[in-house]
Design a protein around this ligand. Structure first.
Ligand code: NAI
Ligand code: MG
Length: 352
């Protein structure tokens, strides 16, 4: 039997509710498979941990994480007791950086039974591959002078290494999907980095002759995600553009409570991290009504990443069937609570 070690960080707020709940489903899937077992190492790292220890994670925390096969994280943040920049940089960003999770991927898919704000969603199903280590989000730059003479300079950093690995990942992913890659660019306005990005995209497209390619300027692409979301398959984007596109993707799905994300370590040297898009939702904490779908769906991404695609497919099927049958939390128009959704999804999995 394969034993997989999973680092579990419930974090703050509803993370503490939905993470334990979703582990029940992962265990059901493992039992069904028979050949795999998950061993969880659960860490209390959170804002409360910070109040007690003066740090967001234990001193050897990163080392502990690096010993495991994947990281399953809920949500981090409790601005009432710890400022967001401290909790974010002390845990999430620290893990992303030190575990070299250089790519962020986020699927967006129309789900029957969840009202999309799009008039004609047409069963859209795409995934955004976002460069997660450089680009527009760099610390290069500065501010000088003050008053009327004040100057701010913010540099965008695009290395060939990071650009290539991101775009190559998108092409490979498209080979397992519908075979189309759309590149987000803005080479008509950003005259150095974006023509460079386009050049790398064109070079790599020659290595993947079976893949259909197109480049869209980011502004037009945002409009297309509203007018023809169903057209897209894999969208590859720089850090800033990907950030914008993924929020748009979550919005057209109909609720932030269902959107999943994964931070990928490409070499396999360190674990990747799987987390929902939403935060700790302090406004609904403790009421048992948090939607567990975003956390479950990121569990599906983790299963796929660990090579357990069969289980991942089963999990997504159970999520979709359960929603179509009306077992859903109130943020997506239902009246079930967290545990009722989990119990129903568990029984769906066992019924297949
Ligand atoms: P949020 O995503 O926690 O909540 C936004 C709204 O969506 C709230 O009304 C909330 O009730 C609702 N919501 C979110 N997830 C839901 C779910 N699973 N089921 C039902 N409703 C859900 O964003 P907010 O309020 O801006 O941030 C709260 C805290 O979370 C902050 O400290 C913030 O920094 C942190 N945060 C952490 C993230 C992470 O860990 N990756 C991502 C976003 C925010
Ligand atoms: Mg964002």
């Amino acid at each position: 039997m394969d034993q997989l070690d999973i680092s579990v960080i419930p974090g703050d707020g509803i993370g503490k509710e939905i993470v334990p709940a979703t582990l029940q489903v992962l265990d059901t899937l493992a039992d069904l498979h028979g050949g795999v077992k998950f061993r969880y190492q659960t860490h209390p790292w959170s804002c409360e941990y910070y109040l007690e220890h003066g740090r967001m994670m234990s001193e050897d925390g990163i080392e502990q994480l690096k010993q495991t096969n994947a990281i399953f994280l809920g949500a981090v943040g409790n601005p009432q007791i710890v400022p967001d920049h401290i909790s974010l940089w002390g845990l999430l960003i620290k893990i992303r950086r030190e575990c070299e999770q250089v790519i962020n991927i986020r699927p967006a898919k129309f789900i029957e039974g969840i009202k999309s704000p799009l008039a004609e969603p047409n069963h859209f199903d795409f995934i955004v591959v976002r460069e997660n280590s450089e680009g527009e989000y760099s610390e290069s730059g500065g501010r000088i002078h003050s008053g009327k003479d004040e100057i701010a300079v913010q540099n965008a950093i695009f290395t060939r290494k990071a650009t290539e690995r991101t775009i190559r990942y998108a092409f490979k992913l498209a080979q397992t999907r519908k075979g189309r890659v759309t590149s987000a660019t803005k080479s008509n306005g950003i005259v150095h980095s974006m023509p460079f990005w386009d050049g790398v995209f064109n070079e790599l497209s020659a290595e993947f002759p079976g893949i259909e390619t197109e480049s869209n300027h980011i502004d037009a692409l945002c409009a297309f995600l509203v007018s023809k979301a169903h057209h897209f398959d894999v969208i590859v984007a720089s850090n800033l553009f990907g950030d914008i596109l993924t929020d748009l993707g979550a919005a057209i799905m109909g609720s932030i409570g269902i959107a999943p994300a994964a931070n990928i370590n490409l070499t396999g040297q360190y674990p990747s991290m799987f987390e929902p898009v939403h935060g700790s939702a302090p406004d609904i904490v403790g009421r048992g009504i948090a939607n567990p779908i975003g956390q479950l769906w990121t569990g599906k991404m983790m299963l796929d990443h660990l090579g357990l695609n069969e289980l991942g497919t089963l999990l997504l099927r159970a999520i979709e069937d359960s929603i179509a049958e009306g077992v859903k939390t109130r943020d997506i128009g239902g009246s079930s609570n967290t545990q009722e959704v989990i119990t129903h999804i568990n029984s769906k999995i066992l019924s297949y």
